[in-house]
Ligand binder design. Sequence first.
Ligand code: 13P
Ligand code: ZN
Length: 212
Amino acid sequence: MNAESKLREDIVRLSKSLFDRGFSVGSAGNISAAVDDGILMTPTNSCLGFLDPARLSKLDRNGNHISGDKPSKEVFLHRAFYETRPQTGAVVHLHSTFATALSCLTGIDPNDCIPPLTPYVVMRVGAVKLLPYVKPGDEKMGDMIRELAGRYAAVLLANHGPVVTGRDIATAVYAAEELEETAKLLILLKDAPKRMLSDENVHELKAVFGAY
Ligand SMILES: O=C(CO)COP(=O)(O)O
Ligand SMILES: [Zn+2]
């Protein structure tokens, strides 16, 4: 099996795993991964639980749709991450419940909207930027990601959901799961007095994440 066929199978398998465990419902969310000559992307209005490897959308390096079904309407958002973070191998966008709940709260720090509660979110996701609401599929989402100049591997779209990137598809999916679980803890502990990781703890952990 060649590298692209293997990646197509991986996208379908990991998407189904997310859907089966409730990280996405209905036709919400989209996933893309880089190949040598472009990007593979989940088709618009597709359900992550029932993808067909042969029907994944393929875009060339210039963003032209070259094969498969019509790509996700969030193509601008995905492409902006590949453009500004060349180390990006995959992008995962979900409407997972707890991260989306956090994205609707007022009074959270837009420059670091997932505080360092546990080590793995620091190690696997890094700092998360909250981006202002625009409607799904709006080209402006791409502009907002480009303005970040590659500084964030993950963002939270206000009143919408998380977008998480990784060096490869498995890393990006695991980071999206980690973000969701941390968001769940933050919501569960919302009104409780909490001990966060110290600046020193975070500094030490960032050295681990620093590679990406
Ligand atoms: O999550 C979504 C929009 O933000 C789903 O859109 P697509 O079905 O076009 O991928
Ligand atoms: Zn969405």
